[in-house]
Write a new protein. Structure first.
Lengths: 134, 153
């Protein structure tokens, strides 16, 4: 495994640990947020985004280049109808199932086997998107 | 508002942010999730949408990232988790129908809770802020409608 993949694996392990620690791997907890019964998810998203923002906007400026070379590019997308319509469709799916891509994949590590069906469905959804794009 | 307290949410979120920040500072990559599906499909489909150069270039590390997510959640489950191994009781049809819409929607939207929600907001992207407001608002309305229809769990 090259250095880049080792770094991605270690960061991914932290990411997955945090998703499980915060309960985001449990669809019931995510759904209780979406029904506004437990607002904790705001702290997960906010905490993660703030720490990542510090890395992207402060630490990266001092460091100038990624440790393994290349250049830093903040993640920006140009606003389009696809992004908004896609967000609406994603929101319906999230609200029905309590699953999003990262939390569903991490949920496999908690022994949550039914989520395999959800992940398979996400692949099919992504595939249909690809068919419509061609 | 916080029946389980704030600590697990805040600490978990900070750990996620450290993972995402570490990957960015070392490699310059954004650890986002929904592209994993498209990139992985490039191994199986010859269609142009999946055979884009970026998918081919990224599919290796995206699979590694997904593997890391599973390992990290497994480590937590075996160590600090108060519940240990756990299975959802949300009905299968909800996981499947929701999953289809999540897969399609996040790819049409070029991002999900991690892409727009964490990396996008952390990059101070206005587009991602709009996307987060839309998908979160729609999800809140949807989850409440599902409950009002008497669907549980």
């Amino acid at each position: 495994m090259n250095k880049r993949n080792i770094a991605v694996l270690i960061g991914g392990i932290l990411f997955g640990f945090g998703l499980s620690y915060s309960g985001m791997t449990k669809q019931e907890i995510v759904l209780s947020f979406l029904r506004l019964e437990d607002l904790g998810l705001i702290f997960v998203l906010g905490g993660a985004a703030l720490v990542a923002a510090f890395a992207i906007n402060v630490l990266a400026k001092y460091q100038k280049k990624p440790v393994l070379g290349g250049e830093f590019k903040p993640r920006r997308r140009i606003l389009s109808w696809n992004i908004i319509i896609g967000a609406v469709i994603f929101g319906v799916g999230w609200g029905i199932s309590g699953q999003c891509p990262g939390s569903a994949v991490a949920s496999l590590g908690t022994g949550n086997l039914p989520v395999i069906a959800g992940i398979a469905a996400m692949f099919i959804g992504a595939y249909i998107r690809g068919l419509l794009d061609s | 508002m916080f029946p389980l307290g704030i600590e697990p949410y805040l600490v978990g979120g900070i750990i996620i942010g450290i993972g995402v920040g570490l990957i960015y500072l070392i490699t310059g990559l954004h650890a986002t999730q929904s592209s994993f599906f498209t990139a992985t499909l490039s191994w199986f489909s010859k269609r142009k949408h999946f055979q884009k150069e970026s998918n081919i270039k990224e599919r290796g590390w995206r699979l590694t990232l997904a593997t890391g997510l599973v390992i990290g959640a497994l480590i937590h489950t075996l160590t600090l988790s108060p519940t240990g191994f756990w299975t959802t009781s949300v009905q299968l049809w909800r996981l499947v129908l929701g999953g289809l819409l999540v897969g399609f929607g996040t790819r049409l939207s070029s991002g999900c809770t991690s892409g727009h929600g964490i990396s996008g907001l952390a990059s101070l992207s206005k587009t991602s802020l709009y996307a987060v407001i839309v998908f979160m608002g729609v999800a809140i309305v949807t989850a409440n409608i599902v409950q009002m229809l008497g669907v549980s769990p």
